[in-house]
Design a protein around this ligand. Sequence first.
Ligand code: PLP
Length: 392
Amino acid sequence: MKTVYMDNNATTRVDPQVLDAMLPFFSERYGNPSSIHLFGGQISEALVRAREQVAALLGADPSEILFTSCGTESDNTAIRGTLRSYPEKHHIVTTRVEHPAVLTLCKELVREGYSVTELPVDRQGELDLDQLRESITPYTAIVSVMYANNETGVIFPVEEIAGVVHEKGAIFHCDAVQAVGKVPIDMQKSRIDLLSLSGHKLHASKGIGALYVRKGTRFRPFLIGGHQEHGRRGGTENVPAIIGLGRACELAAEHMGEENGRIRALRDRLERGLLEAVPHAYVNGHPDHRLPNTTNISFEYIEGEGILLLMSREGIAASSGSACTSGSLEPSHVLRAMGVPYTCAHGSIRFSLSRFNTEEEIDYVLEKLPPIIQRLREFSPYWNKKETFSAT
Ligand code: PLP
């Protein structure tokens, strides 16, 4: 069966060049980088190189890069580490549209006695910076705001946010898991203190992430154990995955400009084609302040799960809500925070593209999806009484 993968915000295919770079580190070069014998020595040199490659993509110094196991660990390390570094402060500011890696942690922190402010967003998924400024108090240790939203692709003005956060004397953590490798990021020009990324979102493998920690930022480890990562994270390094992340970052830097233009054009064609072919279809999120690879479209009056299932039968993979929450019929917390009417929120589908998508795949989706929507609507009680239910 023909397959079309448009769920790259959930995870990406490991680039064949990344896999090639990783493979020797499973077989010949299997030493522990902490060992002082020759098996260890050759690995620690490779780790130095990988750290430089990750740092180069971010315009950072290699000493500012800490390898972790995933984006979730990077987020937990940043937030918990900062709270432990500022024991006199007990307040966290974040937004209602963060990934569960931040939001669920914040709920746990509330149970532990911290207070959390979750900032709202408007209908296009954007933040009010005055509200952000007002929410930060002398007791705010950290503000954690994502770079780009995983469901809608909406990009927040993170540099302006960093300015506001510093003006008020707090630390700024940015979950850039969806942005790294998709948009240029230069930590030399940036004022972000801590920034999370995840390998499997940029064609490296699963099981590897990184946290950028700006020089001079107070830091306490999250995983406590051995002296790895200069005492900042215990645990033997996931060497093959780290080598892969380094190569993936190098490839992302090489391809960013050219790839982005092509992927954006594909995304725009898919979006335009679907909006033209399907009535009562709407794009969620700001039309311009968005990742070039993502579109989130609501097909009113039907369930996203039904659409996904029928698309999957045609070999097309996309997602409704975030991958972590699909399986429940609750509409996505992101769309609810944006005030998307429930007749639309239930039928929302996220298409997220990568460098491996082609024009031909866009044609295939444009051919297969509109009849699926039509078929599902024929069975929808809401569609048949849409005048009663319309909320748009
Ligand atoms: N933050 C964002 C914005 C994400 O999209 C994700 C994953 O979807 C994560 C954090 C968690 O990353 P990981 O799957 O590497 O733990």
